[in-house]
Each structure stands twice: as structure tokens, then as C-alpha cells.
Design a protein around this ligand. Sequence first.
Ligand code: PLP
Length: 280
Amino acid sequence: DSMLYNDQLVKRDRIIDIEDRGYQFGDGVYEVIGVYDGQPFLLDDHMHRLQRSAREIRLTLPFEVNSLKTNLQKLIEANGLNEGVIYLQVSRGVAPRLHDFPGGKTQAVTIAYTLEEERKTKLEDNGGTAMLTEDIRWLRCDIKTLNLLPNVLAKQEAVENGAVEAILHRGDTVTEASASNVFIVKNGELYTHPANNYILNGITRQTIIQLCGELGLNVHEEAFTVETLLKADEVFISATKMDIAPIVEVDGRTIGKGKPGSVTRQLVKSFRALYDKKKA
Ligand code: PLP
């Protein structure tokens, strides 16, 4: 396989420097971009979010977005990727290990590679279980940074409990999940945490909100409690490539009728239809 290293396609066994600040400090930003039929999905949205994340951590992107887009397209072609994801990260570069930003000539380091991934149809069709865990992250969850240790610990705890995802709450308030956003449905209307500093504003989340507009479904971008989540008619999570996954049980409590609800199923279907209409 090939990978993108700065603006070059190179062999994937390229060695990354041990003083890369991404490696030592998690000092960088990233994106995971879905690929369907060899085409990056919602690429411009991912590029905008990457630019915003970089700005928020005061990292100067070392490329023009248009040339990065061209290079990502070349990467997909070089690897013959049909369905999967591109992982893209930009770190603040290689410099002697000091916490403050390296000076002058240090350039940010960009890497990207591809992963094949099939659609999770079983999860889409049957739904999965989730567990609840306290959200212990910092207060800038809106930035897609490499610092994912709280997310990693939460997800591991979920997996050890046989759950597909860890739903996070700050005190009583549900924020999002370890690697996805959370929606609930009550009386035919949707609720999801507002896009502020407590959550990552998922591209999938934004797409679902748009889709709901087209389908005439009401979405409230409002925080809700754990209790409200447990009493919801339907719960689902959303993320790149997984798209929409119904959650039918949370912490051993059955949600709704214990199977994917009608609103969730309608959204899964409408979301699938987007790939054909709206590639890149
Ligand atoms: N929230 C968190 C914490 C994430 O890591 C992710 C990434 O997948 C999401 C939400 C969903 O974002 P997106 O739909 O852009 O993949």
C-alpha cells in the first residue's frame, strides 16, 4: 500500500520520527473520511473541519486544501480503494521535545493512508448495545485532535462489557459517544446535543440533521439527560463509515421495543441513498 507523506505518495512502511509532536504530545489534528465506490464522501466538509481544528490549536496547515484533495484522490487510486476510509492527520512537526511550539523552520507533518472497510450491515439491521460512562474529556471536544485517551478508555470499557459504544455523560447530561454522536427519538422528534465545546460536530451528525429537514422530521439541538435517553423511543449513534447505528439497549435497559425503531430505519435508508447522489 501507499501512504501520503506531506505531498508525496510513498510506500506505507515509511518511518515516522520519534520526535514527531503528534507521537509525543498528541499535538495535531486528524480526519477520518469515508470512501464509497472509490469516491471520498463529503470531502469538503471534512476539509473545512480540518481547517477549523488546525486554527483552534494554532497549527498552520502546510498545504493548500485543493492540492491535499488531489493527493487524497491519488492515494485512493494508488491503493485501489473501493469501500473504506482515509485516515488523515497533521501534527505540529518534528522538533526537540519541549512543550512550547517549535520555532521558525519546523513544518507540520501530514500523513494519510487508506483502510478497507465493509459496511456494518448487521449492526445497521439489528442494532447494538451501549454502556454509559462519565465524560472525563477536556472542554474543547469540538476540536478533532489526536488526544483520544479518554475516548480510548471509554471504548475499551464498553467493549469489555459487550457493548458497541460508550455513551458519555457529564453529570446528568448526555454529550456524545466515544467515537460517535448520539441522537434520541421521542414522539417522532429527534434530539441531539448542540454543537458546542462539549462535542465533536460530526459530519455524519450534520448530514443527518440536513436529511431530517428534507424528510420533514423535527430535530432539536438540545442537551438531554441520561434519564431521558433511557426513556427514549429510539436511540442511535452516528459516525463516518458506520453512518447510523441503532442502539437497542443501554446499560442493560431496553430502549423502546428493543429493536431498531421506524425513524432510525427511515434515516438509515435515506442516508444510504446519499452515496449515489452526493459523492465528494
Ligand atoms: N464524536 C467523536 C468523539 C468522534 O470521534 C467522532 C468520529 O467519528 C464523531 C463524533 C463522529 O464524527 P463524524 O460523523 O464526522 O465521523
